[in-house]
Write a protein of this length. Structure first.
Lengths: 263, 219
């Protein structure tokens, strides 16, 4: 695939929860290696996009292409059919996700949390999985806690393990869903540092949903401002944060700054 | 006194039968509980229906009648069971129906975020169940399983009605032969109680061992 083809192509998708329309005819594209920040008020649909890409929510309409292939559809004899579990399993190999509340497995030690999925889904031998896990744990600064149980870790440490766990499957696309929102303020920085390093050292495509505007500014190549299930404004971090054109973007940023967030 | 020691021997033999029944019944109950409990949360309608039918039927009918059915009615359709087999079958199926709801409840008590982590890590449904959901759910099930096992132990007394020589049966033998009611029935009361205590204690220590990893002091 040529470098100029988008790795994520979202085409006119919609999603409702009951009568509440979260996404309304949304289209967007992400290029390989791009670091994207999705910002906007609560309920604007940004987390829903990540959850849809991870197949945790289904779409009501529209199409999504990941790496040139339909995510929720299969092509059979020129027709588009709803994807079956096998197709979804294959597509999920391209995508990893880190959750707001870490979602570590509490009954498994740090090492087992990281090695479980590669061993089960890729058949990686234990020794190789553990070697790779140690490299990743080292990268996130958690190598000395490999034998610890999640309950023994702080929130920031848990989140760094969760990042290593998602990376262990070597996805092409990483989704970060408000990964610092549940952390005590003094722990936010350690997680951000790991992600900055990740962004600088890898060519993975990354989508970040965050309320930390300063972090979004440093992390992202492109910022999308969402409101009511639509992209209101997008651009380079400097354009969006220093010189927003849309009234709603200006209003949102003003409120965020008033609430004491750094931009 | 020598006469009494002989009778106590009889009662101890009965205790062995009761323990045997309890263990075998518990194994069957456990198997049924997991089959039906997981059937209840299956994505296949037929499995859900089958599991629900089993649970409702065996909870909704008397264990006496179930036992009589297993022992007296099944021979009419060509299945003859020994008293022990009939006892294990009735007890296992009956208590298994209650325990199945425990399994279902425990599986459903595991937070949605654990299921979502399984999806995000691309684990299959069964892989996630086996490695992530069930190990955590087991800890939730254990205390109630202890209750179920004690219920099963106490329910074993009904097998004396199909001439299986369990504790209760032997107590009646002793009563008939000695004319003494107080001693045999008090003795088996105490034995049942001790057996129940042993189950409680066993389940609690198992629970402690399994919980150790979760609050972070695994050796």
């Amino acid at each position: 695939m040529s470098a100029s083809a988008p790795i994520i192509k979202i085409d006119d998708i919609s999603k409702s929860f009951g009568s509440f329309k979260v996404l309304d005819g949304l289209s967007m594209q992400v290029m390989p290696g791009e670091k994207l920040a999705l910002i906007g008020p609560s309920g604007s649909g940004k987390t829903t996009i990540l959850r849809i890409l991870m197949t945790l929510e289904r779409i009501d309409g529209g199409h999504i292409q990941i790496d040139g292939e339909q995510l929720y559809h299969m092509e059979r004899n020129g027709q588009l059919l709803a994807a079956d579990e096998r197709h979804l399993t294959r597509m999920r190999q391209k995508i990893g996700m880190v959750f707001q509340l870490f979602n570590l497995f509490p009954h498994k030690c740090v090492m087992d949390n990281v090695t479980l999925a590669p061993m089960l889904t890729k058949g990686t031998p234990r020794a190789a999985a553990e070697k790779r896990a140690m490299e990743l744990l080292e990268m996130v600064g958690m190598a000395d806690k490999a034998k610890s149980m999640p309950a023994q870790l702080s929130g920031g440490q848990k989140q760094r393990v969760a990042i290593a766990r998602a990376l262990a499957l070597s996805p092409k696309i990483m989704l970060f869903d408000e990964v610092t929102s549940a952390l005590d303020p003094e722990l936010v920085e350690e997680v951000m540092n790991v992600m900055r390093k990740l962004a600088a050292e890898t060519d993975m495509t990354m989508l970040l949903v965050t309320h930390e505007m300063g972090f979004a500014h440093d992390f992202a190549d492109r910022v999308l401002f969402f409101d009511r299930g639509r992209i209101v404004e997008e651009g380079k971090p400097d354009e969006i944060f220093r010189n927003p054109k849309q009234e709603r973007t200006q209003g949102f940023l003003k409120k965020i700054i008033a609430a004491g967030h750094r931009v | 006194m020598t006469q009494w020691s002989g009778y106590f021997g009889l009662i101890l033999q009965g205790a062995l039968v009761t323990i045997e029944l309890t263990l075998m019944g518990s194994v069957l109950a456990l198997i049924m509980a997991f089959l039906a409990g997981m059937g209840r949360v299956s994505r296949f309608f037929a499995l859900r229906w089958l599991a629900t039918a089993y649970i409702e039927f065996f909870r909704g009918t008397s264990i006496f009648v179930q036992l009589f059915w297993a022992y007296f009615v099944l021979p009419f359709i060509g299945i003859s069971l020994t008293p022990l087999q009939a006892g294990v079958l009735a007890l296992g199926l009956n208590v298994g129906a209650y325990a199945a709801e425990v399994v279902r409840g425990a599986i459903q008590s595991i937070g949605r975020e654990q299921y979502e982590a399984c999806t995000a890590l691309n684990l299959g449904r069964w892989q996630g169940m086996r490695h992530i959901i069930l190990p955590q759910a087991l800890l939730v099930m254990l205390p109630t399983f202890g209750n179920n096992a004690i219920e099963l132990l106490k329910a074993t007394a009904v097998v004396s009605l199909i001439s299986l020589t369990d504790l209760t049966f032997q107590a009646q033998v002793v009563r008939a032969q000695t004319g003494n009611t107080l001693v045999p029935f008090t003795t088996i009361l105490i034995i049942y109680f001790i057996l129940a205590l042993l189950i409680s204690w066993g389940v609690r220590s198992l629970e402690r061992r399994m919980a150790r990893g979760l609050d972070g002091v695994r050796a």
